[in-house]
Ligand binder design. Structure first.
Ligand code: ADP
Length: 191
């Protein structure tokens, strides 16, 4: 199995590149942001719980996220692998993911980190706000909070994978296909 963590700040292009990667490597997409938005849209209890965190750009509590991911992993163990997008976002989530995978004899193959400067992230999120319908894309304060939460709580996750020699940084500015090619060459070398 190829189990890939696609990492990077809000607006780095994880969703866009995930779509391409899923097609090429036939992976199961686990995007915690998308899963929460689906729950929100369906008005489930989980959706209601997550909404107050998401709308402000804060992280949903780890136990809630981990339980949701575990269910999704269990449903797709017969596939070619997973792409984790927007997860793990804390070191506790990364540790839980390792534990969940090892229970099934699996592990993370590599992390690909999309590196994009902050001004470019802001430009992209504001552009996306015109069509995303996402509350958390709409104003500068929320975007600033998301970037700060990322720096404080999520960047330590990169060090976690660096310690395991699984971290690969990629410059995430350029054409979508140019960035995709760079990701694929890293994946093909390290899978
Ligand atoms: P972004 O485009 O900011 O990377 P996502 O679509 O991945 O955002 O997630 C949107 C929101 O959903 C986050 O700001 C957070 O509130 C919640 N969320 C998504 N994934 C996680 C996670 N792994 N841990 C905690 N909260 C999460």
């Amino acid at each position: 199995m190829l189990n890939l963590v696609l990492f990077g700040p809000p607006g780095a292009g994880k969703g866009t590149q995930s779509e391409n990667l899923i097609k090429k490597y036939q992976l199961t997409h686990i995007s915690t942001g998308d899963l929460f938005r689906k729950h929100l849209g369906e008005g489930t209890e989980l959706g209601k719980l997550a909404q107050k965190y998401m709308d402000q750009g804060n992280l949903v509590p780890d136990d809630v996220v981990i339980g949701m991911v575990e269910d999704k992993i269990k449903d797709h163990l017969d596939g070619k692998g997973f792409i984790f997008d927007g997860f793990p976002r804390t070191v506790a989530q990364a540790e839980s993911l390792d534990k969940m995978l090892s229970e099934h004899g699996l592990s993370i193959s590599l992390m690909v980190s999309l590196e994009v400067p902050e001004d470019e992230l802001r430009t992209r999120i504001k552009e996306r706000a015109k069509t995303s319908g996402r509350v958390d894309d709409q104003d500068d304060d929320k975007i600033t909070n998301r970037i700060q939460v990322y720096q404080k709580e999520t960047t330590p996750v990169a060090a976690y994978y660096k310690d395991q020699s699984k971290f690969h940084g990629i410059h995430g500015v350029g054409t979508i296909s140019g960035i995709f090619d760079k990701i694929c060459s890293v994946v093909d070398t390290h899978k």
